[in-house]
Design a binder for this molecule. Structure first.
Ligand SMILES: [Ca+2]
Ligand SMILES: [Ca+2]
Length: 505
């Protein structure tokens, strides 16, 4: 199947290069802290019992660090979520809202927003003296530009073939050289990234520079399974939360009602297999975290390092009959987050934090100014365990499917291989306001005129599994008219926000 590719829209924008304060080279070591970000891919917070596969990470990070119980992806699909993580900006500002087309993928990341690559936190860290490096997944669509190395990276080891997701027979761009990996046990992707992590930390420790390392394996993204050393490990069937294969979807938007039967069949076919693979590849991710922490300790860097364990987006393990992600339901938007490091309290934080907060957090940890056009907020005021006054109590979520032939609920990708039936259906576009109490979603934002859109409202205090859309009936719409008017105003406010306006209540 030929993938749809929109005509890339080139935005001709003049970008002024504003150099940040750079300390002159001195003989003294730069005392700023190291930052290591371990980003899982498609790891959901709700259905997957990930700590069962990650006991070492639990002991090394969660048992000493701060766990954020309300951490969210603002645009819950790989490329768009990573674009927001790297820039600290919402999707309407990065203009990356999905994985394909003129508002999705690597090409859009470079073409839009006056070149997002010129404004990543990594570039700022690098330009201020940090040694920066990564291994694994950068952005979907990099496959079409395998020789590309973005500005601001000192050690670049990005996957440039889609086979990266299988764990074998992939190619990495290793600082300009395309290196092919095979199908042997030593080629398993997560382990290769673990080795790169160890090497980078050891090399960086030998310099006077602080470092940032981005360990971006695709675990537990489908279809990678456990590494050979854990091939015999068995996991139970996938958990079935209350909204698994939701029985009555008459309250759901048109696309879900219309595709419910096919989606249910796919969930029934793939869910346990997917769960088994996910839990298996997490075992390797767990080993990688242990390798990273051990190396930090061996090199004497541990006490001056912030460790961040997160995921780009969540995942539906059959919730509402859905697989994959992209949807504005809790399973897609909730992501795990644990931060450990100097001055970070052990415990849990209920502060609402999102994809756009990493960039300002890392800049602040590095003592750098946060650019005025970053939409997120530094999480450092949360590290003590409290929630400062004025911290956000809502955020804006959004998705812009690339579409095919103008139809809703289209095929976006087709995966062949040993599971020929596995396919991915794109979703229509949506905008959503997630408050502490409500999820309010406006469907078909890009496809339809205002009067023809569809709406969902869930009261999470009484319906945490989002089984009963309060706007599905006329009486419901009347009863919640005032609530909707308020949420709609706020949604409109945030849908065009930039910089500090995105953080104001
Ligand atoms: Ca992902
Ligand atoms: Ca229902």
């Amino acid at each position: 199947m030929t993938l749809f590719r929109g005509t890339a829209r080139l935005l001709v924008t003049t970008v002024l290069a504003v150099p940040l304060a750079v300390s002159g080279s001195t003989a003294e070591a730069d005392p700023r802290p190291n930052i290591v970000m371990i980003l899982a891919d498609d790891l959901d917070e709700r259905a997957t019992p990930y700590w069962e596969s990650m006991p070492k990470t639990k002991a090394l990070l969660q048992d000493s660090g701060l766990t954020f119980t309300d951490s969210f992806a603002t645009t819950p699909i790989c490329c768009a979520a990573r674009a927001s993580i790297l820039t600290g900006q919402y999707g309407h500002n990065t203009q990356v809202l999905t994985n394909e087309g003129d508002q999705g993928g690597f090409a859009a990341f470079v073409a839009n927003n006056g070149d997002n690559e010129s404004r990543t936190f990594v570039k700022h860290l690098h330009d201020s003296g940090y040694r920066t490096g990564m291994a694994g997944k950068y952005l979907n669509g990099l496959e079409d530009h395998p020789h590309h190395i973005p500005p601001g990276w000192d050690d670049w080891n990005a996957g440039v073939t889609k086979s990266l997701y299988t764990g074998y027979n992939y190619t990495l761009n290793e600082n300009g050289t395309l290196v092919e990996y095979g199908s042997g046990p030593g080629d398993y992707q997560v382990d290769v990234i673990a080795d790169k992590s160890v090497k980078f930390i050891e090399e960086s420790a030998a310099t006077d520079r602080p470092f940032f390392w981005y360990a971006a394996s695709t675990a537990p993204h489908s279809p990678m399974s456990a590494p050979p050393r854990y091939a015999g490990t068995r996991f139970g069937a996938a958990p079935h939360p209350k909204n698994f294969q939701e029985q009555d979807v008459s309250d759901k938007p048109t696309w879900l009602r219309q595709s419910a039967k096919a989606r249910s069949a796919t969930v029934a076919l793939t869910n346990d297999w997917d769960h088994h693979n996910r839990m298996g590849s997490l075992l390797a991710l767990d080993d990688m975290v242990a390798d990273i922490v051990r190396t930090l300790k061996e090199t004497g860097e541990y006490d001056n390092t912030y460790l961040v364990f997160a995921s780009d987006n969540g995942y539906n393990m059959g919730a509402h009959r859905l697989f994959q992600k992209m949807a504005p339901y809790e399973e897609s938007i909730r992501v795990p987050l644990v931060i450990a490091g100097p001055g970070v309290r052990h415990g849990t934080s209920r502060a609402m934090v999102t994809s756009i907060d990493y960039a300002p957090t890392f800049l602040e940890l590095a003592g750098l100014p946060v650019p005025a056009d970053m939409d997120g907020a530094s999480m450092t005021p949360l590290f003590g365990g409290g929630i400062p006054q004025g911290w956000r109590t809502d955020f804006f979520g959004q998705y812009g499917g690339s579409g095919l032939d103008g139809r809703d609920g289209i095929f976006q990708e087709y995966t062949t291989g040993d599971r020929k039936e596995l396919y991915v259906i794109d979703l229509p576009s949506w905008s959503s306001l997630r408050t502490e109490r409500y999820t309010y979603t406006r469907w078909y934002d890009l496809e339809r005129a205002a009067g023809e859109r569809e709406y969902e409202l869930y009261d999470l205090t009484t319906d945490p599994y989002q089984l009963d859309n309060l706007l599905a009936t006329e009486s419901g719409r009347q009863k919640y008219a005032e609530v909707v008017a308020r949420l709609d105003r706020r949604l409109n406010e945030l849908s065009g926000c930039k910089g500090i306006a995105c953080r104001k209540a």
